[in-house]
Ligand binder design. Structure first.
Ligand code: SAM
Ligand code: SF4
Length: 427
C-alpha cells in the first residue's frame, strides 16, 4: 500500500482540507505516513496569504528534495492556496516538484498520483466536497468546513483568486457531519469558512444552521471562524445569544481603525458600523469575548490612520488579535498602488499594536483571577507533568494541576488563580 505524508501550513481551513485529503486518499488505498522519509507521496498543503508564508514553503520544498535521492519514485507535491497562486513559477524553479493540486481539485488527487507529473488547479464553482469523509485527529475539537471560497475581494487579499467563488456545503451534509463527529467522541465543533456567516443553503442561513446544529445530542460546544462584519445578521446574533452550545466568543476581523483605510480596503463597513455591531453583540451576548485581525502598513495608511487603529483597540478592548504587516499580493487591487509605508515603519507599527494588545489582554485576563470558569479538557499542558490544558467558554487557554480522574473531553470547573496575556492559570 503506498503511503502519503501531509504537512499543513496556514489557517484552520487548510487543516480541515488536509483531513479531507487524508480521508479521501485513505479510501483510495493510501496509508497515512507520519514521517516524510518513509512516505511514497509527500504533500505540502500551502498558504499564500502573505509573502512570508510562501517563502517558508519554498524553503521546505528545497529541504524535501533529499528524500528523492535514495527513493527516486517518491512524489513531492503542493496543494492549497499557493498551488493555485504560483504553480508555473514553482514548477519551473523546483525540478523535484512532481505535482501541483489546487483547492478545488482534491477529488481527482488519487487518480492522478502514481503517474506522470501533473498540475490540476481548475477552480470549480460547485465543489464543496460534501460527500467526502474527512479523516480527523482524535482531539476534543472537530473542524467542519461549511462554505468555501470568497466573493468579497478586499483589495489586499489573495483568497478570492486562489480559492474561487463562495459556495456553501448543503445543510444536511453539515448536520450529518456534526452528528458523526459527536459519535466519534468530539465534544466541540468549529464551523469554518472564509466568510463563514455568509453561509446559505436555500432558505437556511447561518443562524438557522447554528440553531439546527445546537439540537445535536452530546454536542457540548459550537464555535465558528471567520465571520465577516458585514454578514453578521440578526439571525446569527440571535442564534449566538440563545443556542445552548454556541460559545460566547467571536473572532471578528476589523483590519483597521480608520474608515478611510477600510474604504481603500473595500471592507464594506466603517469604523462606526463596526463599533455599532460590537454594541449589538455585547448587548445580546453578555461577557462576549472578542478577538480580531489587524493589518498595519496598508498602502496609504498615514500615521493618523494608524493611531486610529490603536484608538479602536483601546475602545473595543479585544481579548486577542492576530496582527499582520501588510504584504503585497499579486492579482489584488492594492498590489498596483504605491506602497507608501516602508518595511521599517510597518515593523514599528506592528510592534506597537502587538504591545498594546498584549497589555489589554493581560489586563482582561487579570480581571478573571478569583473567578470560576468552565474548561473543556484537551490534554496535558505544555508546562509539564501533572498539568492539564483546555479552553474556556470564551476560548481562553486555561492550565490547571490535574486532580482526580479528569480525562480529555471532560468539562470541569476551575478557579483562576493567576494569568498572563495568553493563559489562565487555575486550580
Ligand atoms: N475572511 C476573513 C475576513 O475577511 O475577516 C479573513 C481571512 S484571511 C485568511 C486572515 C487574515 O489575514 C485577514 O483577516 C487579514 O488580517 C490577513 N491578511 C490577508 N491578506 C493579507 C495581506 N495581503 N497582508 C497582510 N495580512 C493579510
Ligand atoms: Fe480575504 Fe476579504 Fe475574503 Fe476575508 S473577506 S477572505 S479578507 S477577500
Amino acid at each position: 500500500m503506498p503511503s502519503v505524508y501531509i504537512e499543513t501550513y496556514g489557517c484552520q481551513m487548510n487543516l480541515a482540507d488536509t483531513e479531507l485529503m487524508r480521508g479521501h486518499l485513505a479510501r483510495s488505498g493510501y496509508a497515512a505516513a507520519d514521517d516524510p522519509a518513509a512516505a511514497d507521496v509527500i504533500l505540502l498543503n500551502t498558504c499564500a496569504i502573505r509573502e512570508h508564508a510562501e517563502e517558508r514553503i519554498v524553503g521546505r520544498l528545497g529541504a524535501l528534495a533529499r528524500f528523492k535521492l535514495r527513493r527516486p519514485h517518491v512524489q513531492i507535491g503542493i496543494a492549497g492556496c499557493m498551488a493555485q497562486h504560483v504553480r508555473d513559477q514553482l514548477l519551473a524553479r523546483t525540478p523535484h516538484l512532481d505535482f501541483v493540486v489546487g483547492p478545488d481539485a482534491y477529488r481527482r488527487l488519487p487518480a492522478l498520483l502514481g503517474g506522470d507529473p501533473f498540475v490540476d488547479v481548475r477552480l470549480d464553482r460547485d465543489e464543496t466536497y460534501a460527500d467526502l469523509v474527512p479523516e480527523r485527529g482524535a482531539g476534543v475539537r472537530a473542524w467542519i468546513t461549511i462554505m468555501r471560497g470568497c466573493d468579497k475581494f478586499c483589495t489586499f487579499c489573495i483568497v478570492p483568486y486562489v480559492r474561487g467563488r463562495e459556495r456553501s456545503v448543503p445543510s444536511d451534509a453539515v448536520l450529518r457531519q456534526v452528528r458523526e463527529v459527536v459519535t466519534q467522541g468530539h465534544r466541540e465543533v468549529v464551523f469554518l469558512g472564509q466568510t463563514v456567516n455568509a453561509y446559505r443553503d436555500g432558505a437556511t442561513d447561518f443562524g438557522d444552521l447554528l440553531r439546527a446544529a445546537d439540537r445535536t445530542q452530546g454536542l457540548a460546544r459550537t464555535r465558528f471562524t471567520s465571520p465577516h462584519p458585514s454578514d453578521m445578521s440578526d439571525s446569527a446574533i440571535d442564534a449566538m445569544a440563545t443556542c445552548r452550545t454556541v460559545c460566547p466568543q467571536l473572532h471578528l476581523p476589523v483590519q483597521s481603525g480608520s474608515t478611510a483605510v477600510l474604504e481603500q480596503m473595500e471592507r464594506g463597513y466603517s469604523v462606526d458600523d463596526y463599533l455599532r455591531l460590537i454594541e449589538r453583540l455585547r448587548a445580546a451576548i453578555p461577557g462576549l469575548a472578542l478577538t480580531t485581525d489587524i493589518i498595519v502598513g496598508f498602502p496609504g495608511e498615514s500615521e493618523r490612520d494608524f493611531e486610529a487603529t490603536l484608538a479602536l483597540m483601546r475602545e473595543v478592548r479585544f481579548d486577542g488579535a492576530f496582527t499582520f504587516a501588510y504584504s503585497r499580493r499579486d492579482h489584488t487591487k492594492a498590489a498596483k498602488w504605491d506602497q507608501t509605508v516602508s518595511a521599517e515603519e510597518k515593523a514599528r507599527r506592528l510592534q506597537a499594536v502587538i504591545a498594546l494588545q498584549e497589555s489589554i489582554a493581560a489586563e482582561i485576563n487579570a480581571g478573571l483571577v478569583g473567578r470560576e470558569v468552565e474548561v473543556l479538557v484537551e490534554g496535558p499542558a505544555r508546562r509539564g507533568d501533572g498539568w492539564l490544558a483546555g479552553k474556556t467558554l470564551h476560548f481562553k487557554t486555561a492550565v490547571f494541576p490535574t486532580g482526580g480522574a479528569i480525562a480529555m473531553g471532560d468539562l470541569v470547573r476551575v478557579r483562576v488563580t493567576d494569568s498572563t496575556a495568553h493563559t489562565l492559570i487555575a486550580q
